[in-house]
Write a protein that binds this ligand. Sequence first.
Ligand SMILES: [Mn+2]
Length: 337
Amino acid sequence: MSNLKTREKLKKLFDTLDADDRLLIVIFPDPDAIASAWALKRLIRYKVQSVDIAALRETKRLDNLAMIRLLRIPILRFEECQIEIYTKLAIVDSQPHHFAELEGLSFDILIDHHPVDREFDAAFQDINPTYGATATILTEYLRAAKIKPSTYLATALFYGIKTDTQNFVLRGIEKDIQAFRYLFNYINQTILRKIETSELSLKNLSYFKKAFNNMEVNLRRHRVFLFLGKVESPDICVILADFLLRIYEISWSIVAGIYEETVVIIFRSDGYRRDAGQLATKAFGEIGKAGGHKEMARAEIPLANLSPFISNLSRSKAKRIKEIKAYVKGRIKEMGL
Ligand SMILES: [Mn+2]
């Protein structure tokens, strides 16, 4: 329920704005930020002349792209905005000093749930790290303003809270749960499901073909190993490792690929017997970054660190890739997998 404090904050927020203001809301476009910016826009759109939302980075994650497209959220690219035309600046779900391109700009509105280690001079500030999501703060504002969110806005906020709290596994407090429960009445479940399951694009499918042709199954150990060679993005290793673990006979999936100058190895396990994080650290921690927890782990090894183990590091590419694969597989076997 909207308490007095939220209504006071809301009044202060509105007092910050003038009727002829043109406001730009700046975000780093993850679901929580996108939803929060859109809710802020809804909250103040009749109080000012115009409100635009600008993203500091290109949105690449497919679920985020699906969110923007299916919910029709209007977002500009920050680099393409003419800052001079705006009379006020806002930032949500982040803080200005996180981004070099915001240096020298002064912000009027700052709403966030990340911890702060400095003072800001924004006229309106609401920074509260006890919240699991900024979308929760904005949901409270909407309720205090007696604005019923549209289906699309509710779905966006719902998804923002869901991802930032990782379904309340990672973090989440009573307030997030309350907002979540409230929004649930207004969301579109079908669109939400499409957003959540949008993790593949057509260009990923060629890697699936490669996976089916190249995966090495060890049925006795319930393990599948797949080496993809060069990959355009390490995300495909994650997608395939998750996918292969869905197979009934499989308890361990290990998918490796070479991304730029790094070998990326993704581990997924049913978490039943051995700890994937410990295994990754033991196998690759000395020559790269490795870690994780029982069910998921990741190792990243700079190619340069592999030179002591690989004779062909400077010779033909194909041979080099073969040797990298043999090394990775060898280490995994040494771990008893
Ligand atoms: Mn957030």
